[in-house]
Design a protein around this ligand. Structure first.
Ligand code: CU
Length: 99
């Protein structure tokens, strides 16, 4: 996936299981990749311009928000966030299913 000013380019539908995010910074400033899932959160180190960092996590079905959180949210305030989901939620219920 790509990090630029000020967007995160990624597939909005992912599969469950052990996942490695390959983070390419194609911008001019450092960016990071912070993932929020329910009350949980994990993140990459800052990726320098032109750099690539891997971030591995085990993902389960549900909805996730990702954001760049550098500069105390300065990039987030510019709209640098994205959403992705794993599976679907039937009729607004609490349970997510995959596929
Ligand atoms: Cu950023």
């Amino acid at each position: 996936m790509t990090l630029t000013e000020y967007a995160i380019g990624m597939n909005p539908k992912l599969r469950p299981g052990r996942t490695t995010f390959l983070l390419h910074n194609r911008g001019r400033f450092p960016h990071n990749f912070t993932v929020i899932y329910g009350p949980k959160r994990f993140h990459s180190r800052d990726v320098p311009p032109g750099g690539t960092i891997r971030l591995t996590a085990t993902l389960v079905p549900g909805a996730y928000m990702v954001a760049c959180t550098v500069l105390s949210g300065g990039h987030l305030a510019q709209g640098m966030f994205a959403l992705f989901t794993i599976g679907t939620r039937a009729h607004g219920g609490a349970t997510w299913h995959y596929p």
